[in-house]
Design a protein around this ligand. Structure first.
Ligand code: NAD
Length: 248
C-alpha cells in the first residue's frame, strides 16, 4: 500500500498513548481512522474532534476487545462507518505486574485475555472482509518484554510472546490472500502505562539498560507502524523492534 489516503484503519485502544499516536499518524497520512476505546470515551471523542477539525476523517467506536462479541461488533461497525477496512492495528493492552508468587489466576487470565486473545478476536472478525478483497495490513503491538521476559511480568510477557507466535502463523496462513501480518515490539515508551513506574526506578534501573539512554516517544512507534503499512508490501511475519537497543 503505497498510499494511506482513502484507506480505512481500525486502531484498538486508541484513546491515549501509543494507540492515539498511531491513529494520529495514520490520519495525518490521509487514512480514515476508527478510534476504538473501551472505557475512555472522553479522550477518544476528543481525539476524533481534533482530527476532524484538522480536516481528517475519524470516528470513535466503543468496544471492549477482550470480549469476542464486542471485538466482532467493532469490526462490523467500522465496516458500516467507512464501507471497508484496510488496516487493523491491535494496540489495546493492559498490565498487572506482580511476581508469580503474588499473581492471582484471575490477574493472569485478565492480561492474557486483553493483550493476546483480543488480537485473535479482531483478526477473526475482520478476516472474511480482508479475504474477500484480497488485501489487508495487520499490525499487532507486542513488546520487548515478550522477547526477553521481565521480572514481575509473567502474564504480560506470556501474552506479548503469544502475539509474536500468532503474528507469524497468521502471516503464513494469510499470505495467499495478500494480507500481511507483522508485530511491533516497543521498548519503554512514555505513555500512561509507563508513567506508573517510579522516577527513581526509571533513573537507576531502566535508563542504564537502554543503549540509547532514553525512553521512546509514542510518535516513534507510530512512525514504525506507518512504515510497515505504507512501505511494507513485501514484509510479513516480522517483528520490528523500536526499543532504543534494550533488546537486540
Ligand atoms: P496505555 O495504558 O496508555 O493505553 C492502552 C490503551 O488500551 C488505553 O486507551 C486503554 O483504554 C485501551 N484498552 C485497554 N483495555 C482495552 C480493551 N479491553 N478494549 C479496548 N481498549 C482497551 O498504554 P500504551 O503504553 O499506550 O500501550 C499501548 C500498547 O503498547 C499496549 O499493547 C502495550 O502493551 C504496548 N506497549 C507499551 C509499552 C510502553 O512502554 N508504554 C511498551 C511495549 C509495549
Amino acid at each position: 500500500m503505497s498510499e494511506l489516503r482513502g484507506s480505512v484503519a481500525v486502531v484498538t485502544g486508541a484513546g491515549r498513548g501509543l494507540g492515539r499516536a498511531i491513529a494520529e499518524e495514520l490520519a495525518s497520512g490521509g487514512a480514515r481512522v476508527v478510534v476504538n476505546y473501551s472505557r475512555s470515551r472522553g479522550p477518544a471523542e476528543e481525539l476524533v474532534e481534533k482530527l476532524k477539525s484538522e480536516g481528517m476523517e475519524a470516528v470513535a467506536i466503543q468496544a471492549d476487545v477482550s470480549e469476542a462479541g464486542q471485538a466482532a461488533r467493532l469490526i462490523s461497525e467500522s465496516l458500516e462507518a467507512f464501507g471497508g477496512i484496510d488496516i487493523l492495528v491491535n494496540n489495546a493492552g493492559i498490565n498487572i505486574d506482580k511476581t508469580m508468587k503474588k499473581l492471582s489466576v484471575e490477574e493472569w487470565d485478565r492480561v492474557v485475555q486483553v493483550d493476546l486473545n483480543s488480537c485473535y478476536y479482531t483478526v477473526k472478525a475482520a478476516l472474511p472482509h480482508f479475504i474477500e478483497k484480497s488485501s489487508g495490513k495487520i499490525i499487532n503491538i507486542s513488546s520487548f518484554v515478550g522477547q526477553m521476559g521481565n521480572f514481575g511480568q509473567a502474564n504480560y510477557a506470556a501474552a506479548k510472546a503469544g502475539i509474536i507466535g500468532f503474528t507469524k502463523t497468521a502471516a503464513l496462513e494469510l499470505a495467499r490472500y495478500n494480507i500481511t501480518v507483522n508485530a511491533v515490539c516497543p521498548g519503554f515508551i512514555e505513555t500512561d502505562m509507563f508513567a506508573g513506574v517510579p522516577e527513581n526506578v526509571v533513573k537507576e534501573k531502566i535508563l542504564p539498560r537502554i543503549p540509547l539512554g532514553r525512553v521512546g516517544k509514542p510518535e516513534e512507534v507510530a512512525r514504525a507502524v506507518r512504515y510497515l503499512i505504507v512501505d511494507g508490501d513485501y514484509i510479513t511475519g516480522q517483528t520490528l523492534n523500536i526499543n532504543g537497543g534494550i533488546y537486540m
